[in-house]
Design a protein around this ligand. Sequence first.
Ligand SMILES: Nc1ncnc2c1ncn2[C@@H]1O[C@H](COP(=O)(O)OP(=O)(O)OP(=O)(O)O)[C@@H](O)[C@H]1O
Length: 913
Amino acid sequence: MDRPRKDAGPGTVARADAPRPAPHELAPHEVVLIHGSDLDRGLDEHEARDRLERYGPNVLPRADTAGWPVRWLRQFHHPLIYILLASAAITLLLGDLVDSAVILAVLLVNAVVGFVQESRAEAALDELRAMARTRARVVRGGRVAEVPSEELVPGDLVLLEAGDKVPADLRLVRVAELCADESALTGESVPVAKDEVVLPQATPVTDRRNMVYSGTVITSGTATGIVVATGAETELGRIHRFVTEAEPLATPLTRKIARFSAILTAAILALSALTFAVGMVRGEPVKETFIAAVALAVAAIPEGLPAVVTITLAIGVSRMAARRAVIRRLPAVETLGSTTVICTDKTGTLTENRMTVRVIRTPDRTVTVTGAGYAPVGELVDEDGRRADLGEDAALRWSLLAGACCNDAAFLGDRASVAGDPTEAAMLVAADKAGLGHEHARARFPRIAEQPFRPERRYMATLHETPDRPGEWIVFVKGATERLVRMCAWEMMAGGECRPLDAGAALRSAEELAGQGLRVLATAMCRVPATAGPEESLDAALRAGTLVFTGMQAMLDPPRPGAVRAVRACRDAGISVKMITGDHATTAAAVARRIGILPGGDVLTGEDLARLTGPEFSAAVERAAVFARVSPEQKLRLVVALQERRHVVAMTGDGVNDAPALRRADIGIAMGRSGTEVAKDAADMVLTDDDFASIEAAAEEGRGVFDNLTKFIVWTLPTNAGQGLVILVAILFGLTLPMLPLQILWINMITAVTLGLTLAFEPKEPGIMRRPPRDPGRPLLTGALVVRILLVAGLMIAGALWLFEWELRRGAGLAEARTAAVNLFVMVELCYLFNCRSLTLPVWRVGLFSNRWSLAGVAAQILAQLALTYLPVMNRLFHTAPIGLDAWLRVLALAGAATLIVAVDKRLRGMHL
Ligand SMILES: Nc1ncnc2c1ncn2[C@@H]1O[C@H](COP(=O)(O)OP(=O)(O)OP(=O)(O)O)[C@@H](O)[C@H]1O
């Protein structure tokens, strides 16, 4: 390996006007020099801060989204609004200033509501984007740190590993088996191997294998690179001057609703044209009939529906975020409510991913390790309870050294957390507890080549210089026991002597440890002559199959405290939970049993899956609850098989190879802490705490969101129908209008905001996780809903017509009778709101105070009605008149009767709306 010269040291940033060679033409140390950085220490924190100010954040400028004036004007871009505008103009021309003003007021209120809703939804999505930002690992001042990738500056020393999204344009300075998927830049999806060699000046961007570019993805290997360009200066920035990341707000449901609204609008417009025609034939006055027809259309069309859907989904997004599930694609909110299977990783999701080595077993000895967590507090204890003496045991020492040196993890801060793999961190801690000191061990055996861990090969290997024997190198390997026994011919004993490996005994021993729920990693080593190149020597040593087996380290990864409850909750909700892991079947089964996933299904291994095909495969997948030693490709097969059996599948993943399965799943879930950037990119949802309980919480919220949407639809369609049909019926049958078109507009305008919208804030219903998942194929307009629409609209119209007639006959004036009818309408809508606030509970059991928005809305609506009835100015504007207590009593009695009838209907037909 052409290692960079370290004596170059930090230099000054080259003057901006000096002609500067491109980074790919320079040796690593020259790039470092030019960028004023250091190959070991990176930039200092304050230098990085200065540069951040000088160069700006590492982001692409966003394409200008529409400013508020445009968004405001967009609120008027709707056929219905055009009609209203036209009718306002016509009434004005006909000299009716008041009517025209009221229509304009309706329009304005509508636009304000639409605007506010849209802004809220936008804000929620902005928040969502902010949460989805990526982080990068950098070396600053000699320490590894994780920073948001926006904060990277030229000269930063960035560490890359498989699964990372390259955060800026980097000149590679150290590389181990690096491959990058550059399809984001070049369209070529085959990963490209990378190197650190110097390339000639004229090498085109697409061939520069010593560079990695922002937006591309590391598919395997590890590397270190120097940032040479950030933000708009990167190659990606040159191609896309702006980000146009506006995620569409459309979901299957919003699309369904948009289609439904379009058909409904057309039908209602036709009806109102018919009303106008009938009125004309009857010889009614043109102006009044025209306004009546317009009012019919405005009142009957549920204009607010699409906006309420978006806002309900947005509320769902923030509720889920509060429960640590960040939604990246809006449709996920909806799909979560109908999830039937959750396929989850074991490590980190069901367990804490905070490993502690508990047992170390060499071929002739077993020691237990005391202490928990990452603190180096604890010791190695022999079976007889005495402290183990390392000095006497060569196998134990070499196993611990392999664990410390064949290891990429590093502790952050005060050992509170790790950068890298917790499995590896546990092995560092074990070495520390044994008194070897992992930093000391790493310094003593400098690493010169490596084969990073890859899930599909299940081991990691490194090659090191050794201080005591200059002509030799040492190979360290760690990985799955079944994998390592195939690479070993010998096993080391405590005294340092080697004997032929008893693979059967090693495997049985691993099995026994796994049966205790421990995760087992085997270690091996060998010495090789330092003759060939380091990479070739390492490769040859691994292929020779003559390594020396030094032992196994078995670690405990405790189940997450909330996992047991969450798994049970899923089961109650008709969602089956399947564990998918790369770990050993016995370890997986033991953990699954502890968490409650087993019994209740079979345990299948990757090998079993490989043997099965067709219907046999999918039946086995359906039956199994635990899948062990599964490869990422098999995850994809699992998703497909489950989907073929009509399941709605949520699948978790964190590795780069998980991306296809995450994309294919109905809901791909990535891990916010341990997940790779690639997995997050492919996912619909990211868990900020990696916890399975958060998936269950999100599923619960998803059901809540869908319930609230249903509640709004169940409320709005019948009341809109009632408002529109009352005019239609009056005109078709030649009756005196029981309500004036302006009054209908009033009802429509006020109730949509004060009553309907508040349903979006309804809390979740009790028992929401005790019913089966929702069928995503169910139509919007079910037969039961049609019956409900007819029932509520019929009751509203009959009640209003009857009351109107009664009041007239009683000697009340026209204005007074109409006021009573308007109040009845509103009261029925108000009581019906309580009916809709729960899909399951009877109307009288809905908590009055559980949704304060709805309570405030109801109060506002009552005040508005009192104002409409008693304020002289409102009387003049809306042609209303004060009504007496007896009229109110009739209004309340009728509204109460209507509520009772609907309650009986709800009781009889349950929640099948
Ligand atoms: N850093 C590592 N170095 C060497 N071997 C490893 C390392 N991490 C894991 N292994 C081995 O590879 C196996 C598979 O690991 P992988 O990371 O694919 O799955 P997992 O973390 O056990 O499970 P899950 O899929 O639930 O996250 C492990 O059981 C272990 O034997």
